[in-house]
Design a protein around this ligand. Sequence first.
Ligand SMILES: [Zn+2]
Ligand SMILES: [Zn+2]
Length: 186
Amino acid sequence: MKGKGKTAFWAVLVSIFLCLNLFLWLAPQQVADGHDWWKWRQWNRTVNTWIHSSFQAEARAARDDWHNNTIINLPLRNSHTEISVYGGNWGNTGWRGLASVESVGFGWWTCWTWCIIDHGHARYNDFFGGSTGTSANSAARGTMCQEVGHLFGLDHSAGDCMGRGYFSGSSNVVGPHSVSDINNKY
Ligand SMILES: [Zn+2]
Ligand SMILES: [Zn+2]
């Protein structure tokens, strides 16, 4: 009897472990699609940001937009930290912009599951071309604007950079809709 009880105990532990792993494998894809139940360790609403590689001026403009216009803070750092925003040429990947969660943690107080983002990348793929520069016409800036928004859990929505490529009348900058989404969320 004792042996059987132990086996059942381990079976339960192993299946819990497998469920958690499955969840982790699914996680990056879900965030790439912009589901909005993701959170950072946001008790101080601050997520450190590193801008590097190509298109740094555009990346900085996108970062400034979120930092200056919403309640979240993205202090600039000089090394690999919580968010990386960068451009490059990754070839014909099928994406011009990509938000990827690189690691997640356990949210004891917020959500009871592995839903806390520890580290994410917001990327602009220059392979598909488009306008560059830091103005509000810049496609590169707009792409990074949207990918940073995804890292904070925003989905595509009309009216500003979160609608780029999905809704007409979108822009390359953070607009009132995204400001209120962020301010309600965090
Ligand atoms: Zn990284
Ligand atoms: Zn998107």
